[in-house]
Design a protein around this ligand. Structure first.
Ligand code: SF4
Length: 432
């Protein structure tokens, strides 16, 4: 389930091939592909060759994963260099983060380049591909920015049954090789705690997969039961670290303290936590975004950060969003990814669909080159997708090289992910 940098075979010996990778020669076990020849291109999981690919496809993957050129920092100002150096030994201060979020031009490119180097150094050349299944678009809340809000009477609502959700998940794992799935819905009490646990258990009985639940604030007991049923993690954004702004966006039903109370007990229950915020909310400042970064540093095992997209049938539908503002949000999203990568060298940073929707086809490449290291593909059955409208005109990636070469059904691929997630969960905050 990882797209990795291809290697070209330069020598062969018994069950081993030698590939050149970033100027170093690496020995690879080729027992699964005994007929390889010198000059063939392969994909690997750790040191095991798992697939032969064409030179054309290899070049395309190399371009995707290696496109960012290293920028010579001697051309960049001293303050920038000092902050980058500091990020290797300590957490940055809010003031330093604000500085990085405000930079433009060559400094901004240098920030992306440094974050890309941090990704490659700490996570090698693996881009993980995960899947998301949106199993219900009912929600009992009224967050001002969200198209699923209860008051949106124009939205056609759907709920997937237990069997349909399980079938969709198992198919993604068995037929495509997904190893991590997010099961997401609005806050929908139609699904009891027991029903959610039944979904988790049935999926886990039928296939080997990591499950992250994204079902809103359902209280301690529900999260305890879902953990016992086999859920590994949660996806729960705090949306903004500014309590006043949070209150404005959630005039009813939600409160800031309860959001963090949930994150706290989720952490205590041992969940792998994916969390983050929205960028470009009305009334939000750069200071707020810097606080969001520090908040993610505190809570997240996986980051979820994306631009706010004004959505029809919501109170924020008419929030300004011309081309200039849209572009600002995309660039700010990329800068936030880069700063987060510098602060959290091994954390999982997926490219969220809202960024792809705002940035277009190139958003994915740009985010990976700014330090992101994973992708989230939408696996919701096609008949429901148009109705999961948190925001409109959602971007859907067509089947392409990412799915073709980024998903493997091998056990090694599951083990590799397990090692990475366990390491992330066990990691102490080195700056604490
Ligand atoms: S953001 Fe979540 S809780 Fe709020 S309305 Fe949308 S789906 Fe419901």
């Amino acid at each position: 389930m990882c797209l990795t940098l291809p290697g070209q075979i330069i020598n062969l010996k018994k069950n081993a091939a030698f590939i050149k990778n970033n100027e170093t020669v690496q020995k690879i076990n080729i027992s699964l592909l005994p007929n390889l020849q010198i000059n063939d291109w392969i994909l690997r999981i750790n040191n095991l060759a798992i697939k032969q690919i064409s030179q054309k496809d290899a070049q395309e993957i190399i371009e995707l994963l290696e496109g960012q050129k290293k920028i010579n920092l001697s051309q960049i100002n001293a303050r920038f260099r000092k902050i980058i150096k500091a990020s290797n030994v300590r957490c940055l201060t809010k003031k330093e983060i604000i500085y990085l979020l405000n930079i433009e031009g060559p400094e901004k490119e240098a920030l992306f380049s440094e974050a890309n180097i941090a990704r490659k150094t700490n996570l090698k050349d693996f881009i993980c591909i995960h899947g998301i299944i949106e199993f219900s678009n009912f929600c009992q809340n009224d967050c001002l920015y969200c198209g699923l809000r209860k008051q949106n009477r124009k939205l056609k609502r759907y709920r997937m049954s237990v069997d349909e959700t399980v079938k969709t998940a198992v198919k993604a794992v068995k037929e495509k090789g997904y190893k991590l799935l997010v099961l997401q819905s609005g806050e929908d009490s139609f699904y009891t705690d027991e029903t959610l646990c039944e979904i988790i258990k049935k999926i886990k009985e039928k296939c080997k997969v990591f499950i992250l639940m994204s079902v809103g604030e359902r209280g301690y007991e529900c999260y305890k039961k879902m953990k016992q049923a086999g859920a590994l993690g949660v996806l729960s954004r705090f949306e903004t670290s500014n309590p006043k702004l949070f209150k404005k966006l959630h005039p009813t039903g939600k409160n800031f303290k309860n959001r963090f109370k949930h994150l706290k007990f989720m952490k205590e229950l041992g969940y792998f936590i994916a969390t983050g915020s929205l960028i470009g909310l009305p009334g939000q400042t750069i200071e707020d975004l810097a606080d969001d970064i520090l908040m993610m540093k505190k809570w997240a095992n996986m980051i979820s950060v994306g631009p706010f997209i004004p959505t029809a049938e919501t109170p924020l539908a008419l929030a300004p969003n011309n081309a200039k503002i849209k572009n600002w949000k995309v660039e700010m999203n990329l800068k936030m990814i880069a700063v987060l990568r510098l602060l959290m060298k091994e954390v999982r940073i997926p490219v969220v669909t809202a960024l792809e929707t705002s940035a277009g086809e190139d958003g994915r490449k740009k985010a990976l080159r700014a330090g992101a290291n994973s992708l989230m593909f939408n696996l919701t059955p096609a008949k429901y997708r148009p109705f999961y409208k948190i925001y409109g005109n959602k971007f859907y990636q067509k089947e392409n090289i990412w799915e073709k070469y980024g998903l493997f059904k091998y056990e090694e691929s599951y083990k590799m992910l397990e090692q990475k997630m366990t390491k992330e969960l066990e990691k102490k905050n080195i700056y604490a």
